[in-house]
Design a protein around this ligand. Structure first.
Ligand code: FAD
Ligand code: NAG
Ligand code: NAG
Ligand code: NAG
Ligand code: NAG
Ligand code: NAG
Length: 542
C-alpha cells in the first residue's frame, strides 16, 4: 500500500496559526500483518534487541520506532484485529465489543474492581485503542508539568504529529454532538475553539481515531510506520514473567503460546525489555517477576528481585457520571466528538445511541407503537482531571498470569474529587437549561423539566451539596481511563526505567499519576513514539 495522502489544514486560533496534518485515507492498512506470527509458530528460544510486552496503545508506536534500527519482538496475548473485524475495526462495533460475553479470548476483557464497578481492558493487538471511544485529544500543560518526565516540547509535538498523520481524523459533526456544542457554549464553557487537538479551555470538536466512513484506526496501524523486516509481533503470546540475570538486570521474557508451550525470548547486549502491558498488566508482571512490596511478594512466595513498596500502588480511575435523555426524535448514534473543558478541570463529553426497548401500550411518546421500540438516547458524560483518590493492585495468583489481579480505585475517597464531580454535574444541570437543549424536551410531558430521563436524573435542587454528592456517589462508573501502579519517581525514573533494575522500562498508562488531557490515548501513543526515539538517540550516542 502506498503512503497515505496528507492534507494540511490551516486554522487560525487566538492569533496563532496551527497547522494540522491529519490522515485522509480511510483504507485500513494491514501491511503490519507481514510481521504478525502466531506464537505457536515461533522458536522456543530466540534473541532480539528489544522485547516489548503488550502490543497496545503505547506498545505499537514504541515497537515501530525501535524497529527502525533494531530487531524487536512484541508479545501480545490477544489476537489480531482481523480476527474480529466487525467488533474492533468499525464505529458500529464500539458498543457491541463491550457487550460481548468474555470467553477469555474476546477483545474486551472484563473485570470488576474491588469498588464494585464493572470495567474492561483491551486484549487484542492494538490494545485498548481497538475497543475505546476513539476520542483523540492532546495532554494539558499541567500534565507535562507534573509528570516527572523531562520533556523536549518540540519532540513531543513531532511525536503527536507522527501519530496524527496516520490515524487521526476530523469528524463530521452529528446532530446530538452539535446540540451539545451549542449547549456548552450557552452554559458558559467558552470560548469556541472550533476544531482542535490541543487541550484548550472552552468548547471544541476534537480528533477521532474513527474516520468518517465508519472505520476504526487504532494504534495497531502505527506498526506500519516501522521497519517491518526488523519487527516480529507474536499474537496469543502470554508473557508470564521477566527473566533476570545478576544485578536485577532484565535479560528476557518467559511467555506461553495458545498450545500451552513455554518460550524464552532473550535480549542481546545493550537490549532492553519494555513493559507496555497497560495499567493492570504491567504492575502485575513486575509483581510476578519479583519486583514489588516485600510482604506481598513473600505472601505469594515470589522470589524477590528488587523490593519496591510502590509497585501496584497509586491505582486511580477517573469517575464517569452521566445522564441519559430519551430524544423525542430519531438521533444518529454517535461517539464523542465534542468536549467542554472548564478552567477548573471538568470535562464534558457526549454520546448518543439507539436502543431497543419493549414498552407496554399505551406509551405516551409514541402512542401507537406496539412492538419493540427503537429509542434514541442522548447521553451527557462528565469526567474530571486527576483523580486524587487512588487505591492498589494485588496479585491473586503468582502461578498464572491469566488470573487477573484485584484492583481498588477508591472513587471519591478524596473529598476534592467529590467536589469536582458536583461542580461538573452542576454544569450539566446548566446545560439542560439552555435553548439548545429545548429540542430534547417532550411537549406532552408534565412536570420534571420536560426531559424524559432514562435512569437517574439530576437532583432537582442543583445547589444542594448533599443531594449532588449523593448523585455522584450513586451513579459513579468508569470512563476507562484508569492508570497508575508504576508511577514515575516511585517505580520508574524520569526515563521510565524501573528503579532498582537494569535494562527494564515501563511505557504505558501505569506510569501516570494523573490521566493526561480529557482522554489519554493521544498521549499514550505520543509517549510510545517519544521514548523510543530517545532510546535510539541514547544508543546512537554511545
Ligand atoms: C471502553 C474504553 C473506552 C475508552 N475511550 C477512550 C477514548 O475515547 N479516548 C481515549 O483517549 N481513551 C479512551 N480509553 C482509554 C484508553 O483507550 C486507554 O487508556 C489506553 O488505550 C491504554 O493504553 P496502554 O498502552 O496503557 O494499554 P493497552 O492499550 O490496554 O495495552 C496493553 C496491551 O498489553 C497486552 N497485555 C497485557 N498483559 C499481557 C501479558 N501478560 N502478555 C502479553 N500481552 C499482555 C494487552 O492485551 C494489551 O493489548 C478508553 C478505554 C476503554 C477500555
Ligand atoms: C495459533 O495456532 C494454534 C495452533 O495451531 C491455533 O489453535 C490458534 O487458533 C492459532 N491462533 C490464531 C490467532 O491463528
Ligand atoms: C509546574 O508549574 C509551576 C507553576 O507554573 C511551577 O512553579 C513549577 O516549577 C512547575 N513544575 C515543574 C516540575 O515543572
Ligand atoms: C400512528 O401514529 C402516526 C403518527 O403519529 C399516525 O400518522 C398514524 O395514523 C397512527 N396509526 C394508528 C393506527 O393510530
Ligand atoms: C436548595 O438547596 C439549598 C442548599 O441546601 C437550600 O438553601 C435551598 O433552600 C434549596 N432550594 C430549594 C428550592 O429547595
Ligand atoms: C542505527 O544503529 C547504528 C549502529 O548501531 C548507528 O550507527 C546508527 O546511528 C543508528 N541509527 C539510529 C537512527 O538510531
Amino acid at each position: 500500500m502506498g503512503p497515505l495522502l496528507l492534507i494540511v489544514l490551516s486554522y487560525l486560533f487566538h492569533h496563532q496559526l496551527e497547522v494540522l496534518a491529519l490522515a485522509t485515507s480511510s483504507d485500513h492498512d494491514f501491511s503490519y500483518m507481514k510481521s504478525v506470527y502466531n506464537a505457536t509458530n515461533l522458536p522456543l528460544k530466540e534473541e532480539y534487541d528489544y522485547i516489548i510486552v503488550g502490543g497496545g496503545t503505547a506498545g505499537c508506536p514504541l515497537a515501530a520506532t525501535l524497529s527502525a534500527n533494531y530487531s524487536v519482538l512484541v508479545l501480545e496475548r490477544g489476537s489480531a484485529p482481523l480476527s474480529y473485524p466487525q467488533l474492533v475495526l468499525t464505529t458500529d462495533g464500539t458498543v457491541d465489543v463491550l457487550l460481548q460475553e468474555d470467553d477469555g479470548k474476546t477483545p474486551a476483557q472484563r473485570f470488576i474492581s474491588e469498588d464494585g464497578i464493572a470495567n474492561v481492558r483491551g486484549r487484542v493487538l492494538g490494545g485498548s485503542s481497538m475497543i475505546n471511544g476513539g476520542f483523540y485529544s492532546r495532554a494539558d500543560d499541567q500534565f507535562y508539568n507534573q509528570s516527572g518526565i523531562h520533556w523536549d516540547m518540540d519532540a513531543v509535538k513531532e511525536a503527536y504529529q507522527w501519530v496524527e498523520d496516520t490515524i487521526v481524523f476530523q469528524p463530521n459533526l452529528l446532530v446530538w454532538q452539535s446540540i451539545v456544542r451549542e449547549a456548552l457554549l450557552e452554559a458558559g464553557v467558552d470560548p469556541d475553539n472550533g476544531f482542535s487537538l490541543q487541550h484548550l479551555v472552552g468548547t471544541k470538536t476534537s480528533g477521532l481515531t474513527f474516520d468518517n466512513e465508519g472505520k476504526r484506526h487504532g494504534a495497531v496501524e502505527l506498526l506500519n510506520k516501522g521497519e517491518l523486516k526488523n519487527l516480529k509481533v507474536a499474537i496469543e503470546a502470554y508473557a508470564e514473567r521477566i527473566i533476570f540475570s545478576s544485578k536485577a538486570s532484565a535479560s528476557g521474557i518467559v511467555y506461553s503460546d495458545s498450545m500451552g508451550r513455554t518460550h524464552e525470548a532473550l535480549i542481546r547486549d545493550e537490549g532492553e525489555v519494555i513493559l507496555s502491558a497497560g495499567a493492570i498488566g504491567s504492575p502485575q508482571l513486575l509483581l510476578l517477576s519479583g519486583v514489588g512490596p516485600l510482604p506481598h511478594l513473600s505472601s505469594h512466595k515470589v522470589p524477590v528481585v528488587s523490593q519496591n513498596p510502590n509497585v501496584g500502588n497509586f491505582m486511580a480511575d477517573n469517575p464517569r457520571n452521566i445522564i441519559n435523555i430519551v430524544a423525542p426524535f430519531a438521533l444518529d448514534a454517535s461517539v464523542g466528538q465534542v468536549v467542554g473543558i472548564t478552567s477548573d478541570f471538568n470535562y464534558i463529553e457526549a454520546v448518543s445511541s439507539v436502543t431497543s426497548f419493549s414498552f407496554p401500550q399505551p406509551f405516551s411518546f409514541y402512542p401507537n407503537n406496539t412492538g419493540p421500540l427503537e429509542l434514541s438516547v442522548a447521553t451527557i458524560v462528565e469526567k474530571f482531571s486527576g483523580p486524587l483518590s487512588s487505591g492498589s493492585l494485588q496479585l491473586v495468583s503468582s502461578a498464572d498470569v491469566k488470573v487477573s489481579p484485584t484492583v481498588r480505585f477508591n472513587y471519591f475517597e478524596d473529598p476534592k474529587d467529590l467536589a469536582r464531580c458536583v461542580r461538573g454535574m452542576r454544569l450539566v444541570g446548566d446545560m439542560l437549561k439552555t435553548d439548545a437543549m429545548e429540542r430534547l424536551k417532550l411537549e406532552d410531558l408534565e412536570g420534571a423539566d420536560g426531559f424524559k430521563f432514562l435512569g437517574p436524573s439530576l437532583p432537582r435542587n442543583l445547589s444542594d451539596d448533599a443531594s449532588m454528592e449523593a448523585f455522584c456517589r450513586s451513579t459513579v462508573t468508569t470512563i476507562w481511563h484508569y492508570h497508575g501502579g508504576c508511577l514515575v519517581g516511585k517505580v520508574v525514573d524520569g526515563d521510565l526505567r524501573v528503579l532498582g533494575t537494569n535494562s527494564l522500562r515501563v511505557v504505558d498508562g501505569s506510569i501516570f499519576n494523573t490521566s493526561p488531557g480529557t482522554n489519554p490515548q493521544a498521549t499514550l501513543m505520543m509517549i510510545g513514539r517519544y521514548i523510543a526515539l530517545r532510546m535510539l538517540q541514547e544508543r546512537a550516542a554511545k
